[in-house]
Design a binder for this molecule. Structure first.
Ligand code: ACO
Ligand code: ACO
Length: 150
């Protein structure tokens, strides 16, 4: 598997991006401003993450996803670690990530990769998403924010 930057002439892997974020409007908006990286096996894209500069010296992983039939094999962890590595190379001092209150696996993964919880953006998913979202039998309402120093 190779993790590489998406080329300027390539289409972003929308199906994967929508797996992590069901809002086409938000994905469309940050994909233009951010840097998209993909995990590729035999010319097939099976994973993605997007880095977006949010404040001076701060970058956020705004989207990360692995194709459903390839989840649970350590690819997500490789992508998070690659994002941290690239954020450092790009000179950022802090990396952030956020996930829904229902994201038990995501919270496990991000903390295993060194992120610490910094706060809760209450009702984020009520304010920004018109559809009700349910994951692990839990309604997604709040955004858990995590960060780590680079
Ligand atoms: N309890 C404890 N640990 C868990 C749990 C759990 N319920 N679920 C996962 N983990 C751990 C795994 O054990 C593993 O740790 P380990 O390597 O120490 O064993 C780690 O979390 C992640 O495992 P991976 O196999 O690397 O993860 P995967 O390849 O499945 O990728 C991802 C994770 C990206 C979240 C994937 O499941 C996915 O695409 N999900 C759908 C989209 C999504 O929710 N994206 C994130 C939204 S938030 C955002 O985009 C910023
Ligand atoms: N992912 C998704 N859902 C989960 C997970 C997981 N990793 N783990 C548990 N759940 C869900 C279960 O599916 C279940 O939901 P459901 O009924 O919709 O299926 C629910 O959480 C709880 O399941 P129970 O079987 O009722 O829980 P249990 O009898 O195991 O009791 C408890 C939970 C009290 C935490 C028990 O595991 C325990 O004693 N743990 C050790 C002590 C402890 O940690 N106590 C809490 C410390 S915090 C405090 O005391 C305030």
């Amino acid at each position: 598997m190779e993790i590489r930057k998406l080329n300027a002439d390539e289409q972003p892997p929308m199906a994967l991006l929508l797996l992590a974020d069901p809002s086409l409007k938000l994905v469309d908006e940050y994909i233009k401003r951010g840097q998209c990286f993909v995990a590729e096996v035999e010319n097939s894209i099976i994973g993605v993450y997007v880095l977006l500069r949010t404040r001076p010296e701060t970058v956020e992983i705004v989207n990360i996803a692995v194709e459903e039939n390839n989840q649970g094999k350590g690819i997500g962890k490789q992508l998070v670690l690659d994002a941290i590595h690239n954020a450092k190379l790009l000179g950022f001092k802090t990396i952030e990530i956020g996930t829904g209150n229902s994201g038990i696996g995501q919270l496990a993964l991000y903390q295993k990769c060194g992120f610490r919880i910094t706060g809760v953006d209450r009702d984020f998913f009520i304010r920004h998403y018109s559809e009700k979202i349910v994951e692990n039998g839990i309604q997604v309402v709040d955004m858990i924010r995590l960060s780590q120093d680079l």
